[in-house]
Design a protein around this ligand. Sequence first.
Ligand code: IMP
Length: 202
Amino acid sequence: MEKRKIVFASANPGKIREASEILGDGFEILSAAEAGVTEDIPETGNTLRDNSLQKASYIYEKTGMDCFADDTGLEVDILGGAPGVHTARYAGEGKDFNANISKLLFEMERAEKAGVTPMNRKARFRTSVTLIIGGEVHFFDGVMEGEIARERSGNGGFGYDPVFIPDGCDGLTAAEIPEEEKNAISHRGKSLRAMAAFLNSL
Ligand code: IMP
C-alpha cells in the first residue's frame, strides 16, 4: 500500500521521529524543508492553539499538502499559567533552556515568598496540535500533569525536563525516566496519538 504523505511543520528531527513512530507505517512524514518550506514559519499567536494553527495554515497555503503543526507550553499554577505561550523564550530570545529553568525557579520562589498560593508547585505541559487534512482543520490537545521541583535532577530529556516531575513517576523528573516512558505519558505523545487515531479512522 502506498504511504500517505503528510507534512510536519517542524525542523526538529527528534519530533519528526517521534511523530513517525506514532503515526505508523501508513504515513510518510515530510519535514517543512522536505516540503519546500525552508524559511522560518511565523509563530505570533496569543495561545498555543493560535500558534499551531498559524504554522499548519502557513504550510498548507504554501504547499497545498495535508499537514500538521504543534505548539507546547508549560503552565505553572502559582504563576497564573505562565510561562504558557512564552515557554520557549521565557528568559529571552536565545531560547536558552538553562536560563529558562533559572527564571522559572526564581519566579516561583518570588511568588511563594509573596504568599500567593503557598506550597503549590503544580504545573502541566500542554501541546496543541493542528491537523489540516483535505483542507479541513482539526485540533488535538494533550496534557501531562506534574509539579516543578526545587532543583534540577537528571540528564535525559530536554527543555524543562530536569525540573518537571510528572504525576505517577515516584518523584523522578522527566529527565530521570527513560525516553519511551516519557513519550508514553507526555503531552506531545498524547496529542499525536489522538491525531493518529483520527487519521487511522478515516
Ligand atoms: P515547542 O512548542 O515544542 O517548541 O516547545 C516550547 C517550549 O517548551 C520549549 O522551550 C521546549 O523546551 C519546552 N518543552 C516542550 N516539550 C517539552 C518537554 O517534553 N519537556 C521539557 N520541555 C519541553
